[in-house]
Design a protein around this ligand. Structure first.
Ligand SMILES: [Zn+2]
Length: 223
């Protein structure tokens, strides 16, 4: 019997549990269902095998659209809560919130030196405490959540140092890493607890999971 990697097996519910089941991935059709006529390559990019892993976070075509949309939705929820906590006027419902219209969202920080990673999702200065948080969310493949957390912390190190030097604010990077299928590492709270507004990771986590499920349903129904 062909080997089934755990994401493929574990996540079968994503299409088998629904009464309106969608056909499985092309990789699954060829390798598990043994359909010789099926090309296992991704129906969107045609470059990689079409597995669940590929579709939920590895497809270059979806990276241009769906992954950005998923990230922005989950990050908007968090941003909305932070804004409320900071006394910034926001819409009543988070999904009506437009982070780009507030000054806390994705604006590059202008530094004296050129720094490549200078655009975290949110930069939060607290002048009273003389602190600054660089909050950045990412939604990788679930098995990569640990690696991505470390990557984020490293990525913004130069910016942290520069912000401290320029503004005299004690600066901390806060990575918010949620697996495309909802995995959140236990120690993620150590980071998210630094964000004001009693940020509960379950909100963005649920949004991520629903976005991924929607994405899969949409892609797998494309003939
Ligand atoms: Zn693809």
């Amino acid at each position: 019997m062909a080997k089934i990697s755990w994401p493929q097996g574990r996540n079968r519910w994503l299409y088998h549990r629904s009464p309106r089941s969608k056909p499985p991935t092309r990789w699954y059709q060829q390798n598990i269902l043994k359909k010789p006529d099926v090309d296992p390559k991704c129906r969107l990019c045609g470059r990689f095998e079409e597995t669940i892993d590929h579709l939920v976070s590895g497809c270059p075509e979806l990276a241009k659209t769906d992954y950005i949309h998923r990230h922005n939705k989950a990050a908007a929820h968090m941003h909305w809560k932070v804004c409320k906590e900071c006394g910034i006027k926001v819409k009543e419902r988070w999904y009506e919130h437009e982070p780009k219209r507030t000054r806390l969202w994705g604006m590059p920080i202008h530094t004296d030196r050129t720094i490549a990673a200078n655009r975290p999702d949110t930069e939060l200065k607290n002048k009273r405490d003389k602190t600054c948080l660089l909050i950045d969310m990412t939604i990788p493949l679930d098995t990569n959540t640990s690696v991505k957390t470390t990557e984020k912390l490293t990525k913004y190190k130069d910016l942290e140092i520069e912000v401290e030097r320029m503004w005299g604010l004690r600066t901390t990077t806060v990575p918010v890493v949620i697996g495309a299928l909802g995995t959140v590492k236990k120690d993620m709270e150590n980071h998210t607890n630094k964000i004001p507004g009693n940020i509960n990771i379950h909100g963005p986590q649920k949004i991520t999971l629903l976005s991924t499920a929607h994405l899969l349903r949409r892609v797998l129904s494309i003939k």
